[in-house]
Design a protein around this ligand. Structure first.
Ligand SMILES: Cc1cc2nc3c(=O)[nH]c(=O)nc-3n(C[C@H](O)[C@H](O)[C@H](O)COP(=O)(O)OP(=O)(O)OC[C@H]3O[C@@H](n4cnc5c(N)ncnc54)[C@H](O)[C@@H]3O)c2cc1C
Length: 481
């Protein structure tokens, strides 16, 4: 049986952040993920906002992790080279009745240590964002808020962890954890068994399953679905900051925001559901978010919509994140109930949980730790000179595969050759944006499949969109009349 110091369950943004911080010490780490890639759960489908930290209740782990996490994300986006932009956020207030709630958010922000927040008048808001509704009478401005590519950040954490020794096992679903006589744990998966001295539960909406195996006080995690519409880049500069409405009992409400890649994102709503895999979108949901968002920004050009999607928040029965070591099962650590702002908090959670594991076991800092990583090449952002130099040296960067996003064969090969690298069409799409544009992969899928097939040495019929069972081709039609 393979033995590790730490097994992390789940390769979402939380698990990858934990692995990355663990690998700053002399620790052997394995990350077990049931899907075929990193960032395949909630981390792939959210608003991509790095919240400033005024929303979380003061004194909670959420508040602490959010404020620390947002600072870390800005720093890490430099050292690990992933897309992030500090665009600031506004929470709009439409009438006098909303002012006490706006003031409450401001006070929370001050208590949580959020820098630079202020309440603006309606006029000041419209000077900043001319597309915002005339109905707005005031807003909370948070200059430290930002936008990030959730996949780009998670991939960066995973690659940095791998560069520092972490191993990743995909399509490996953890089915059980039992205490071992050696003072560690045997982790059973659908494909085998591992021994680990410590376990970190970062299983997203499934974290209650492992929590309830190892802890006396049981929890349940409800998937709280949020739906979105994504608009073409033509609409991407309608607003430059992230525009929220006052939050309600189910969360932060519907927002309108540019994405870090230049699209416009509208959503999400919030609906508690039972199925932890149900990320379908509904026409009622779409109508609901579209109508609500028009109250903030009346001119949203919905005719430029290119796709819709949904994500599932891991909503625990209590307000806060569950972070720490199980008293009744020392060595079992968890980051459970990581609902919003889990993306913003991820590096702080990683730093915190890794710190607990390292200090419990007395692991030493790694002397040859690699602190930087080069992001994916984005040919469309290179200057003409840089582009021609790259193409001269590597002609595959001159062959465009995805015309909407200008993604080249060279970028797709890069996505596949990274560690951990893309093994499916979605893996390529999320890393280098092939198929993310206006045509939503209508034109470039066959070319991407061919590159994946040649590079991995597997037949076209075995190429998947994501998990097994999502193969696109069913056989050869040659000779069939
Ligand atoms: C609609 C919506 C909007 C949001 N917007 C924001 C935002 O703007 N800003 C923000 O800060 N946060 C936001 N969030 C929250 C944020 O997305 C999450 O908190 C964060 O992504 C959680 O990451 P995670 O790694 O804990 O979970 P996941 O990303 O779900 O990762 C858990 C992983 O564990 C794997 N797994 C589960 N069971 C097993 C098993 N048995 N064996 C092996 N692997 C397993 C899963 O496949 C998955 O990959 C939003 C969430 C939603 C749904």
């Amino acid at each position: 049986m393979d033995k590790y110091d730490v097994a992390v369950i789940g390769a979402g943004v939380t698990g990858c952040a934990v692995a990355m911080y663990l690998c700053r010490s002399e620790v052997s780490v394995i990350v077990l993920e049931k899907e075929e890639d990193v960032c395949s759960g909630t981390s792939k489908a959210n608003s991509g906002i790095v919240h400033a930290g005024y929303d979380a209740r003061p004194g909670t782990l959420k508040a602490r992790m959010n404020v620390r996490g947002s600072k870390l994300i800005e720093e890490l986006s430099e050292t690990l080279d992933f897309p992030y932009r500090n665009n600031g956020s506004l929470v709009l207030c439409f009438d006098e009745a909303g002012m006490p709630r706006l003031k409450e958010l401001y006070d929370r922000g001050i208590k949580n240590g959020v820098d630079g927040i202020e309440i603006l008048t309606g006029e000041q808001v419209r000077q900043k964002e001319s597309a915002v509704s005339d109905e707005v009478i005031a807003a909370l401005w948070a200059p430290t808020a930002g936008i990030v590519c959730p996949f780009g950040m998670t991939a960066a954490f995973a690659e940095n962890a791998a560069a520092n020794g972490a191993q990743f096992r995909f399509l490996e679903e953890v089915t059980g954890i039992v205490r071992d006589g050696e003072g560690g744990f045997v982790i059973r998966t659908d494909r085998g068994e591992f021994f680990a001295r410590n376990v970190v539960n970062a299983a997203g909406v499934y974290a209650d399953r492992f929590h309830n195996m190892m802890r006396s006080q049981k929890i349940s995690i409800t998937p709280r679905r949020g739906e979105y519409v994504l608009l073409d880049k033509q609409a991407g500069d309608l607003v430059s900051s992230t525009v929220f409405q006052l939050p309600g009992p189910y969360g932060k409400g519907v927002l309108v925001t540019p994405t870090v890649h230049g699209n416009l994102l509208v959503g999400p709503n919030a609906e508690d559901i039972e199925d932890k895999e149900d990320t379908t979108t509904t026409s009622e949901g779409m109508e609901d978010i579209k109508t609500k968002a028009l109250r903030s920004v009346p001119g949203i050009p919905y005719n430029l919509t290119i796709t819709s999607f949904a994500g599932l928040r891991a909503h625990g029965q209590d307000y806060d994140f569950i972070l720490g070591e199980a008293e009744e099962n020392p060595g079992f650590f968890e980051a459970a109930a990581i609902s919003s702002p889990g993306l913003s908090s991820a590096p702080a959670i990683g730093e915190y949980i890794a710190g607990l594991v390292v200090s419990r076991n007395g692991y030493k800092p790694k002397t040859d730790y690699i602190g930087t990583r080069k992001g994916f090449t984005d040919v469309s952002r290179l200057s003409a000179e840089e582009r021609s130099r790259l193409i001269r040296e590597h002609p595959e960067y001159g062959r465009i595969v995805c015309r909407c996003e200008n993604v080249t064969e060279g970028q797709i090969l890069e996505a596949i050759r990274r560690t951990p690298g893309a093994r499916s069409l979605d893996g390529i799409k999320r890393r280098v944006r092939q198929g993310m544009g206006r045509c939503q992969s209508g034109f470039c899928t066959p070319a991407a499949m061919k590159i994946l097939s040649d590079e991995l040495g597997i037949p076209m019929e075995k190429i998947t969109k994501n998990r097994p069972g999502s193969e696109l081709l069913r056989g050869d039609t040659d000779g069939v009349s």
